[in-house]
Design a protein around this ligand. Structure first.
Ligand SMILES: [Zn+2]
Ligand SMILES: [Zn+2]
Ligand SMILES: [Zn+2]
Length: 195
C-alpha cells in the first residue's frame, strides 16, 4: 500500500536527474529510530538512492544502508508513531484522521496562485492585431500593455487569474520560475511543464 506524496518544493536548484516521487510508503523509519514517521515527499537520486522527507522534517533513506531502512503499511502493534507526522499527514488529506475529528494542515506552495504566473510577463503569443495575447502559462486571452519604464519598456500580458489550461507545475519549483523556449513554457531548471 502506498500513499500519494506531495511535491518536494524547494528554493534551491535541483539537477535534472533527480526525480520527484508521486507515491511512497505509508510509514518509514530506520532501525535506529524510536518511532515511525510518515513521508510527505520522496526524491530519487541517480544510482537509485531515495530520500523521504517526513511531515515532521526528518529525511529518511538516502545515506542509510538499505538494511537500516524500514517501511510499513501499518506499524507493528505497540510501536509508537511520530505525532507531528500523523497529525499533519491527516490534516493535509494524505490519510484518514486518527481521531475521527477533522484535522487541518495546509502545506505552502501547493495550491495554484491567485494570479497567473504569466501575469505582467512576456510569456504570451500575440494574436492578430497585437492588442491581445494568448498566455502561454494558462491559455487565457488577455490584453497586452506596454510595461516597464520609458527606457526599458516592453510588451507584457496584463495581470489575470489563471485560465483553465494552467500548466502543470515543476515538482520542485512549482510555478515560481517559469520561462519560455520556442513558444513552450518550462521551468527554469529545465523540467518540462505540460498543459
Ligand atoms: Zn515524524
Ligand atoms: Zn496566464
Ligand atoms: Zn523546476
Amino acid at each position: 500500500m502506498t500513499v500519494a506524496l506531495l511535491p518536494p518544493t524547494t528554493r534551491s536548484a535541483v539537477d535534472l536527474d533527480i526525480v520527484a516521487l508521486a507515491e511512497g510508503p505509508r510509514f518509514v523509519r530506520t532501525r535506529g529510530m524510536s518511532r515511525w514517521h510518515r513521508p510527505r515527499t520522496g526524491v530519487r537520486y541517480p544510482h537509485g538512492r531515495t530520500v523521504y522527507g517526513c511531515w515532521c522534517g526528518y529525511g529518511i533513506g538516502g545515506s542509510e544502508k538499505a538494511e537500516q531502512f524500514l517501511a510499513a503499511d501499518e506499524p507493528p502493534a505497540g510501536e509508537p508513531v511520530c505525532g507531528t507526522c500523523e497529525g499533519r499527514a491527516a490534516g493535509a488529506g494524505q490519510d484518514d484522521s486518527p481521531t475521527g475529528r477533522a484535522l487541518i494542515f495546509q502545506p505552502r506552495d501547493i495550491v495554484p496562485p491567485k494570479n497567473c504566473p504569466g501575469s505582467r510577463r512576456s510569456l504570451y503569443e500575440a494574436l492578430t492585431g497585437g492588442r491581445v495575447g494568448r498566455c502561454l502559462v494558462c491559455g487565457a486571452t488577455e490584453p497586452l500593455r506596454a510595461m516597464g519604464g520609458p527606457y526599458n519598456s516592453r510588451y507584457a500580458i496584463v495581470q489575470h487569474p489563471p485560465g483553465n489550461a494552467l500548466v502543470q507545475p515543476c515538482p520542485f519549483h512549482r510555478w515560481r520560475q517559469l520561462t519560455a523556449r520556442n513558444g513552450r513554457v518550462l521551468c527554469d531548471c529545465g523540467r518540462e511543464t505540460t498543459p
